[in-house]
Design a binder for this molecule. Sequence first.
Ligand code: 16G
Length: 242
Amino acid sequence: MRIDPASPVPKYAQLRDLLLDWIEETQLSVDGAIPSERELGVRYGLSRMTVRQTIDHLVSEGKLYRVPGKGTFLARPKIEMSLRMASFTEDMRSRGFAPGAQDLARRVEAARGHVARMLDIDTGAPVHHIERLRTADGEPMAIERSNIPLSVAPGLAERSLSGRSLYQLLEDEYGLILDSGEQTIEAGLCDPTDARLLGLPPGSAVLLLQRRSFVNGKCVELAISTYRADRYQLHSTLDPRQ
Ligand code: 16G
């Protein structure tokens, strides 16, 4: 395949497709190098500027990454964000990663405003607030901030969560089996504190998730989470009848 100068598709966009085809055909492995900008320019008869534009796009999409002075390499594929009720632990295990959690904060506090409303409890009612950095094979993936009414899980504060799944604990010790949920996902920019924890430059793109999980119609968890947008993507099947 070649660049078609008569095509209405801009050359940088044609090169993007050619490059993605080349990556697939050569079965380039993750961290494998793509040809240099100079080589690509010669191979496809394009200016260095056009080639750079294509690569800039692929880098910002997270498909490629640059190492200054070394070249441009194939990035790892993104993880498809689970749209099921799965816990982080379950989800990561099913993908072959070792799940992990680092405690960032844990306290019992009085529910206010948004949290009280979303949990459908009185303002001032006590809630467990649990903040964890979630990791996959040791790599930071997300920060999860869970709010659980004290009334649904009394004594949770005294229970260790280290190396343990929160959902599993809720099930084993409180008989809470989450049976429904709702979730919103929106794009956002990472604040400096979360960026440091996630190992990202401040202002990086992130996915902001808010999940409410229910047992018999009662909201038992409000989780407000920040997921790395360079490691996650959304995928859904579309049903015209819904
Ligand atoms: C998921 C949930 C989170 C929950 C966590 C429990 C989101 C979007 N989803 O990641 O609400 O707290 O699982 O995980 O935040 P665990 O059982 O592995 O501790």
